[in-house]
Design a protein around this ligand. Structure first.
Ligand code: ZN
Length: 244
């Protein structure tokens, strides 16, 4: 399984960058996890929109879904140009019916509801979900393929259920929208100390901090997380690619 970071800014993209978007690949299958602002532009450095095989979405905040509309346009236009791709499945929750309805567009994309308590098979990926602590319904994902596991927290304050859900994962892609001296709980986010403690308790093999703040010195997040977690810690970076 291979993870490539397309965008990693929380809330909105920094200049010339993208908010949440992660390409997960295995056996030639390309799964895009979240499709925030700037993702469609940045994605084209790695793969083309018409080559994606599936999308999964965690929730309907703009920094995770803003580029769904332009992804739909890209596949429509590529169809006119003779490269008609099959309808793209977009897996998401349907607790917001108005947002869920937008995922189906002509015969270009098709919204498919996942159920929080049922795991999903998407191409070679087995995906389990966990409802997070966020102001709107949002789901973390445990993605497994080829005997390896990746946990993506999406957006959330820390919750105890994360620990069994993430146990022994090969990689924890953990949101970290706040520095250790701040509390993110009221906003539905984690800070660096919580991310580190979470990684240590879940015994994950490595930690990547993502959904990053736009201010301060980001390397301090790693220093703070490392006071709680003894494993490998990296900051998410644009186009960073990790073989899991
Ligand atoms: Zn977000």
């Amino acid at each position: 399984m291979k993870l490539t970071i397309i965008g990693h800014w929380g809330g909105y993209p920094k200049q010339n960058a993208a908010s949440s978007g992660y390409l997960v690949e295995h056996e030639g299958f390309q799964l895009l996890v979240d499709c925030g602002s700037g993702v469609l532009s940045k994605l084209q450095n790695i793969t083309q929109p018409e080559d994606l095989d599936a999308v999964t979405l965690s929730h309907y905040h703009p920094d995770h879904i803003a580029d769904i509309g332009v992804l739909q346009h890209a596949r429509l236009i590529q169809g006119f140009l003779g490269k008609k791709p099959p309808a793209l499945p977009i897996y998401s929750h349907d607790f917001d019916q108005a947002e869920f309805a937008k995922l189906t567009y002509k015969d270009i994309t098709k919204g498919i509801a996942y159920l929080p308590n049922e795991s999903l098979q998407v191409g070679p990926f087995h995906i389990a979900f966990l409802k997070t602590n966020h102001p709107v319904p949002c789901f973390a994902m445990r993605i497994e393929a080829g005997g390896k596991s990746l946990v993506y927290t999406a957006d959330s304050a820390f919750k105890e259920e994360f620990i069994p859900f993430s146990q022994n994962a090969d990689l924890l892609l953990c949101e970290c929208n706040f520095y250790g001296s701040q509390s993110g709980a009221a906003a539905g986010h984690m800070n660096s100390l919580e991310a580190g403690r979470f990684a240590e308790r879940a015994n994950v093999k490595q930690l990547i901090l993502t959904h990053l703040p736009h201010y301060g010195t980001l390397t301090e997040l790693v220093g703070e997380a490392s006071s709680e977690y003894t494993g490998i810690i990296n900051l998410a970076e644009e186009f960073m690619s990790i073989s899991i």
